[in-house]
Design a binder for this molecule. Structure first.
Ligand SMILES: C[S@@+](CC[C@H](N)C(=O)[O-])C[C@H]1O[C@@H](n2cnc3c(N)ncnc32)[C@H](O)[C@@H]1O
Length: 170
């Protein structure tokens, strides 16, 4: 009996993104989870209510507060973002888009999550000093490198003046 062949889309979901960068299972697992789907099933309540966001209508607090208060879900969400970024960054950094980064001395990745995007850039371009700015719960206890640093902060409050001489990824 020959080995079972998988389709391309099955291969994207098969193993952990920590083993292979081209895996989207963390992203799919979060986006089909009831905590994430429930808001989209409550559009009529949101239209009739007074909350600003759909998320507040269903979960009672803003999206990023919810992530801050639910570390396990926050970790899954960050891994979902990271698995998506790993695929995108591999294409961006290894393809003809790489000239975007050539010659840069530094960049700031605003809302960079756990820094997956910046980590790949920092490894591909050791001469670029990468700084990831994200909320404290997103950047806590992440390993830095010589050219990869994390800043815990709020992009809407004040940090901009200290990092405004860099290229900024959002
Ligand atoms: C959709 S995720 C994208 C993460 C990352 N750029 C990636 O592609 O993997 C948005 C990020 O914005 C961050 N964020 C939201 N509000 C923020 C704020 N006020 N200041 C800094 N970061 C914020 C979240 O914590 C989250 O990591």
């Amino acid at each position: 009996m020959g080995k079972k062949k998988h389709t391309g889309s099955q291969l994207l979901l098969l193993c952990s993104y920590k083993i292979s960068p081209t895996v989207l299972s963390p992203t799919v697992s979060v986006f089909v989870d009831p905590f994430f789907v429930a808001p989209f099933q409550s559009l009529s309540s949101w239209f009739k209510g007074t909350e600003i966001t759909l998320w507040e209508t269903v979960h009672g607090i803003k999206f990023w507060e919810f992530m801050n208060q639910n570390p396990a879900i926050n970790q899954r969400f960050n891994e979902a973002m990271a698995s998506d970024s790993e695929i995108m960054t591999s294409f961006v950094v290894k393809s003809e888009c790489k000239q975007i980064f050539e010659g840069l001395g530094s960049l700031v990745d605003v809302g960079g999550g756990n820094g997956s995007f910046s980590r790949i850039i920092s490894e591909a371009f050791p001469g670029i000093k990468c700084t990831v700015l994200d909320l404290p719960h997103a950047v806590a206890n992440l390993p830095e490198a010589d050219n990869l640093k994390y800043i815990a902060g709020d992009m809407l409050r004040g940090r901009g003046t200290r990092i405004n001489r860099n290229k900024v990824l959002v």
